[in-house]
Design a protein around this ligand. Structure first.
Ligand code: SF4
Length: 267
């Protein structure tokens, strides 16, 4: 349904999701109910955009590096209290972002779109769990993303049967990419630049969709040369024949097609 070519850079590939979803919504008045992808799509910023702005269910794994491996308390062991805007540590003490009132109220949001919650040094000094909590610092800090509510929503969805179903459906979409590369020989692009990649990949995806539609419409064993996907594939080959061969690695195209089946790479 749509293609957005980007340089082979993960962050730009992920950002192209926004471009494609916005464009399809604008041009075709279609918006997905859910978005399925791998952990690359589980960044706080993208989850926040999906949940808070677009109201799309994020069926993706959350990008989470808060689990500690040195046997000290991870962030998941601190309990969040939305009303009080504070965490409670395993000893039951509060971690807050503002321990004193400011004349001009502050948001406490950092450049990384996070808010740092700090424990009281008085609490930590006399705490019997300090060695398991913050052995090398005077008090414990917990960093919370401003999009943490969206991350929590993704974690909640990850525990549902619908999430498992989405994972199974995602495999089918990924198979289409494997088919494009191996059968339609799209492992290398011939046209230069993002716009060449866009055109070439759009043609390949169109050929693939026509081929699938022909198979779907034609009863088993009654395919005609016109109705089969071969004609579409041939037109693709003619289209991509120009002698301008590329030497550099091609931009990585990403497509998004289908309201129901969305993923990092869907056709
Ligand atoms: S060290 Fe401080 S933050 Fe950690 S459990 Fe003890 S009181 Fe709580």
């Amino acid at each position: 349904m749509d293609v957005e070519a980007t340089p082979a850079n993960r962050s730009q590939e992920v950002e192209s999701t926004r471009t494609m979803i916005d464009r399809v919504e604008h041009q075709r008045d279609l918006k997905p109910r859910r978005l399925v992808g791998d952990t690359a799509y589980g960044t706080a910023a993208l989850l926040g955009w999906m949940v808070e702005q677009k109201h799309i269910e994020p069926h993706v794994s959350v990008w989470d590096k808060t689990t500690r491996k040195d046997n000290t308390f991870s962030r998941s062991e601190f309990i969040w209290n939305e009303q009080a805007n504070e965490y409670r540590c395993p000893a039951g003490n509060a971690l807050r972002s503002d321990w004193r009132p400011f004349r001009n109220p502050r948001t406490h949001v950092t450049k990384a779109d996070t808010i740092v919650y700090r424990a009281s040094q008085m609490d930590c000094d006399g705490c019997s769990m300090k060695d398991r909590c913050c052995p090398n610092t005077q008090f414990r800090k917990v960093v919370r993303s401003v999009h943490e509510a969206a991350r929590d929503e993704a974690r909640r969805i990850a525990a549902t049967p619908e999430y498992k179903q989405s994972r199974r459906q995602r495999k089918k979409v990924e198979m289409l990419f494997a088919h494009l590369k191996r059968i339609l020989k799209l492992d290398r692009l011939r046209l230069r630049g993002p716009s060449g990649a866009h055109d070439e990949f759009l043609m390949a995806a169109t050929a693939q969709n026509l081929r699938r539609m022909a198979k779907w419409l034609t009863p088993e064993g009654k395919q005609t040369p016109i109705a089969s996907g071969h004609s579409a594939v041939s037109s693709l080959q003619v289209y991509s024949t120009p002698a301008r061969t590329r030497r550099r690695a091609p931009p990585s195209p990403r497509t998004w097609a289908g309201v129901e089946q969305t993923s990092r790479r869907s056709a």
